[in-house]
Design a binder for this molecule. Sequence first.
Ligand code: 9MR
Length: 344
Amino acid sequence: MRTHRLRLAGVVAAVLVAVTAPTAQAGHRDPTLADLAQRHGRYFGSATDNPELVDEPYKAVLGSEFDQITPGNGMKWYATEPQQGVFDFTKGDEIVDFARAHHQKVRGHTLVWHSQLPGWLTGKEWTADELRAVLKNHIQTEVRHYRGKVFAWDVVNEAFNEDGTWRDTVFYRTLGPGYIADALRWARQADPKVKLYLNDYNIETVGAKSDAYYALAKELKAQGVPLDGIGLQAHLALQYGYPTSLEENLRRFAKLGLDTALTEVDIRMILPATEEKLAQQAQWYADLTDACLAVRRCVGITVWDYTDKYSWIPAFFEGQGAALPWDEQLLPKPAYFAIRDALR
Ligand code: 9MR
């Protein structure tokens, strides 16, 4: 509670300073989130999506405040292999080019996922041998294309149900749970250096779903399967409470010899956004930043885009939104100052 109040005071002070301080002298600029994160050996990133890359004010912040970018959609299967065996990397390449021009690293997202698959894949019954060949070719062609251009891959995304049982996807149904180890091994063959992750939502707390990842990761490690990290998406919602065991959870994966990352952070709320809700949201952003900084192997934080202007939330959760650290006018919210404060 004490730190809570102190932090809030810090946020208020930061906002006041930001509002009242004279503009920075020429040649001096405030450190960015990326600068501050780098002092801890971490990155601070944002997702972005191709249609947004025509918005110049948006690009100015995207290109300056962050040192890591994740394509929100551009590297997904429907985008990269729209017809079987016919690959199109233009969308992902556009984002890689933006990142290069701004000295940012890229998380590849995502190779194997049940969602946003092309019609040719979902519209057909596959034998195990056929699907295995399709999967291997997809993974290896994409990983080879981005070799040296992405530092990490979400190899498999969202493989488990909330209760920790396997999600019933075309891959699981057809190939069984071994598809995970196969996918990781194929990715490793195609790029010996890239960090290979499993990524999911609602695994921030210790619980059935994160336990499933813990057990799987332990087993994969024991079998010598190339797994480097676990991505915790961290799509949080004020109305569901803060994941208080986040730090403990990050720590147990670290003890297995794995990196972790907060890969798709946003903190939505039921609209309208009030001053109280925005203050609570700011506190949560600070708390999750603290949790990552407290665990050496938590390598970085990525927000799932940085501005409410381009958040996925309002379209998916009716009446909810305001989930990101910048508002729809690209103005920093209390959450932004709270993250800065936590990174200092
Ligand atoms: O941000 C993505 C949004 O533009 C898409 O419409 C949506 C479709 O499911 O996917 C969003 O990104 C998802 C990510 O790839 C995986 N984790 C959940 C994200 C939010 O849905």
